[in-house]
Write a protein that binds this ligand. Structure first.
Ligand SMILES: Cc1cc2nc3c(=O)[nH]c(=O)nc-3n(C[C@H](O)[C@H](O)[C@H](O)COP(=O)(O)OP(=O)(O)OC[C@H]3O[C@@H](n4cnc5c(N)ncnc54)[C@H](O)[C@@H]3O)c2cc1C
Ligand SMILES: NC(=O)c1ccc[n+]([C@@H]2O[C@H](COP(=O)([O-])OP(=O)(O)OC[C@H]3O[C@@H](n4cnc5c(N)ncnc54)[C@H](O)[C@@H]3O)[C@@H](O)[C@H]2O)c1
Length: 476
């Protein structure tokens, strides 16, 4: 039995940050990891997928300028792209992250963690032996999520790729069919078409249903221009694999033939074998949390009398690394504060509240063109019953954008709260819009009145002048 102040199950980006903050707060922490320290993001998600996309983005940027474009005469070398991706995953070796845990003073236990009692976690190591951890203050679940495989006839037997196999690809397939038109599907269609695959993307809905429709429309245009066959508002009804490859039957009665099939239809929580039944919850369910990130049951009652918390993908608040780490900072500090006998500050935008998860979720989608979005879309604001006005502007008409790339195409939208005259949402789509996002995030988190935003003068000639144009369009 090992006594420790806080036990964290799952050493992804979120678990690592919770453990770090509680140690910085003067407590001891043990972290349990069954695979690689660093989690999905480091080895099979954010880092490798962005590495797969980056060379093609740089090439496109050069080709959008006459002289630079002329200087680029070759094509993308997939082997070099994969080699750079391998560097970004440290060849799927977590020694560097283990070293970081050591220097941060966090105890690592390798193995599968399960809740086995009140503030008790039992770790089963690879050799079958077990270690029991007893937490004095808290147990934090940060076990993340895995790819969801929909019940499509024949799919499970067709050796489908999930995002893991796509991110860790060793040989680029000649033909790839992707099921799912969300973030993973759209980014991987962008990456694999640039790497030379003939890509077909099948989506039940329009592309990228989670963002403003105009933004998804630009990405759909970009993918079609890149040669991707988009089958939108169509279901995949059956899948079969034989010696010639994989064959996907669509509800439109078409069949798509390919060498590999990537399933990108969302995520499920890593809670199936976690001992949730010990605390009265159903194994395999998402973990609902209150504002303090404490686990609650379906009726909203605290589970585990204040010792059980969940952060990151597993609580489904905002399945993004940066939001999970934001939760981790708030939660780690709150656990340490309570251990000192202090009250946590859970007021909106308070030190220990993860308010941005509700009001200012940020995301960049690394497609061609990119999408940068924060806060509410027009549709989400309407659904929330908010009185808003929507202001749009053509990004291509901004001098900085025209200078950035010939034929620059894009659009930006701000969603403004009519009652308070503050920004509730911002979305931009266009080449290299990612770095525009933080200005909008600051405006939303700071609840900066538009009248004051007028005094934030964007430099000329940058793409940030979109702010001036949006405010002028709004009547300034
Ligand atoms: C293809 C893809 C691309 C993505 N790209 C981005 C991006 O560009 N930007 C972004 O912000 N987000 C991105 N995401 C989302 C991002 O990967 C997740 O939000 C992030 O990894 C969540 O972190 P986490 O720590 O909650 O979970 P994870 O990273 O999933 O880590 C959980 C850890 O817990 C371990 N674990 C699980 N159960 C147990 C157990 N019982 N015992 C011990 N250990 C256990 C797992 O092995 C894992 O290491 C992407 C996701 C995918 C699928
Ligand atoms: N750049 C980034 O920040 C980034 C990149 C990749 C992933 N992520 C995160 O990872 C998470 C998972 O991404 P994802 O793309 O898997 O999920 P998603 O929820 O974004 O998209 C899943 C898509 O699959 C569709 N779908 C569901 N069931 C289907 C079925 N049976 N047949 C066909 N389509 C079906 C859904 O309608 C949806 O469009 C997201 O939360 C995302 O935010 C982030």
């Amino acid at each position: 039995m090992l006594d420790v102040d806080v036990v964290v199950i799952g050493a992804g980006p979120v678990g690592e940050n919770v453990a770090d903050r509680v140690v910085q707060g003067g407590l001891t922490a043990a972290i349990v990891e069954r695979e690689l320290v660093g989690g999905e993001c480091s080895y099979w998600a954010c880092m490798p997928t962005k590495a797969l996309l980056r060379d093609a983005a740089a090439l496109r940027a050069a080709r959008a300028l006459p002289a630079a474009g002329q200087a680029v005469t070759g094509t993308l070398d997939p082997a070099a792209v994969l080699a750079r991706r391998d560097r970004f995953t440290s060849n799927w070796n977590d020694a560097g992250q283990v070293e970081w845990l050591n220097q941060a003073g966090i105890t690592l236990l390798r193995g599968h963690g399960r809740i086995t009692g009140t503030r008790t976690v039992t770790v089963t190591h690879a050799d079958g032996t077990t270690t029991t951890l007893q937490a004095r203050h808290a147990v934090v679940i940060s076990t993340g999520s895995s790819a969801y495989l929909p019940p499509i006839e024949g799919l499970a037997d067709a050796a489908p790729w999930t995002s893991r196999e796509a991110a860790a690809v060793q040989a680029v397939p000649e033909r790839l069919v992707i099921i799912g038109g969300g973030v993973v599907g759209s980014e991987m269609a962008t990456a694999f078409s640039a790497l030379g695959s003939e890509v077909t993307l099948v989506s039940q809905t329009r592309l990228l249903p989670g963002v403003e429709p105009f933004a998804g429309g630009y990405v759909a245009d970009g993918l079609r221009t890149a040669g991707v066959s988009l089958q939108l508002d169509v279901d995949a009804t059956a899948v079969r694999r034989d010696d010639a490859g994989v064959h996907v039957t669509l509800s439109s009665d078409r069949t798509v033939d390919a060498d590999e099939i990537l399933v990108a239809t969302g995520r499920m929580p890593n809670t199936k074998d976690l001992g949730l039944d010990q605390v009265g919850l159903a194994p395999g369910s998402w973990l609902h949390v209150d504002d303090a990130l404490g686990v609650v049951d379906d009726a909203g009652n605290p589970v585990g009398a204040g010792w059980l918390y969940a952060a990151g993908d597993v609580n489904k608040r905002a399945m993004l690394t940066h939001h999970g780490k934001y939760q981790a900072r708030a939660l780690g500090d709150a656990i340490a504060a309570r251990a000192r006998g202090e009250q946590a500050d859970l007021s909106p935008w308070g030190r220990h509240a993860a308010t941005a998860d509700q009001r200012a979720v940020t995301q960049v989608i690394f497609t061609d063109p990119e999408i940068a979005a924060v806060g509410l879309s027009a549709e989400a604001a309407a659904q929330a019953g908010l009185k808003v006005r929507v202001v749009d502007y053509d990004l291509g008409a901004v001098s900085g954008a025209a200078l950035h790339a010939d034929g620059y195409r894009g659009q930006a939208r701000m969603v403004v709260d009519e009652n308070r005259n503050v920004l509730l949402g911002f979305t931009a789509v266009g080449p290299d819009v990612a770095e525009l996002l933080h200005a909008a995030t600051v405006a939303i988190a700071g609840e900066v009145p538009l009248d004051r935003l007028w005094h934030a003068v964007p430099a000329y000639p940058t793409i940030s002048e979109i702010w001036l144009r949006l405010l002028e369009t709004d009547g300034r």
